[in-house]
Write a protein that binds this ligand. Structure first.
Ligand code: IMP
Length: 188
């Protein structure tokens, strides 16, 4: 076993099927003018690759990186460190995100790109945790809603770990410790 036995929330096949449905919705809703796809990296890369594959038209995927800092009050400030200068003027932008949590990242990116002259800035997200929302955001194309749990896999990480898991799983520190203990015992 390569990974700890975390609880699987969404197996890879289900993610694939849902992404196909979302791609169809995106195609119908955005025709005849294909949107400019902008993936929020790193996490949204696998989701963006799927949508790129399924939305007709071989659209390129642009990338934006945003970092959020927990402020002195709890109003986290979001800084765009990559892709702030993407040529969005006059374009219909579609942000591709792995998970919308407080909503701060997506809200900041929408504000930024609309201020830069994008004609619209819609959102497709694989996951959403509505109970955690601090800033209201509209997710135009949503894969799945989840409860307030920390999830990993399919691009989502914990300090760089578990991004490459094919399924979306629920993080459990005890399961991880057990896995690490077994790995150490096997090596000894
Ligand atoms: P927001 O700005 O609070 O909506 O945060 C969005 C970002 O937080 C996502 O793009 C993820 O990088 C990260 N994030 C939020 N919840 C999770 C989670 O459950 N697992 C992994 N990353 C998460």
């Amino acid at each position: 076993m390569k990974f700890p036995a975390f609880k699987v929330l969404f197996p890879n096949e289900l993610i694939l099927r849902r992404a196909q449905e979302l791609a169809r919705q995106i195609h119908v809703a955005t025709a005849p003018e294909p949107p400019m796809l902008v993936a929020v990296i790193e996490g949204a890369r696998p989701f963006a690759r799927l949508l790129q594959k399924f939305v007709p038209g071989s659209l390129p995927v642009h990338e934006v990186r945003a970092q959020s800092y927990a402020g002195t009050q709890s109003s986290g400030k979001v800084t765009i460190t990559t892709g702030a200068d993407l040529p969005v003027r006059g374009r219909h932008v579609l942000l591709l995100e792995d998970i919308v949590d407080t909503g701060r990242t997506i809200a900041a990116l929408q504000e930024h790109f609309l201020a830069k002259g994008a004609r619209s800035c819609r959102v497709a997200s694989l996951l959403s945790k509505p109970s955690r929302r601090v800033v209201p955001v509209t997710i135009d194309f949503l894969g799945f809603e989840i409860p307030d749990e920390f999830v990993l896999g399919f691009g989502m990480d914990l300090d760089g770990r578990y991004r490459e898991l094919p399924d979306v799983v629920v993080y459990d520190a005890a399961v991880e410790r057990e896995f690490q203990a077994q790995a150490t015992a096997t090596q000894a």
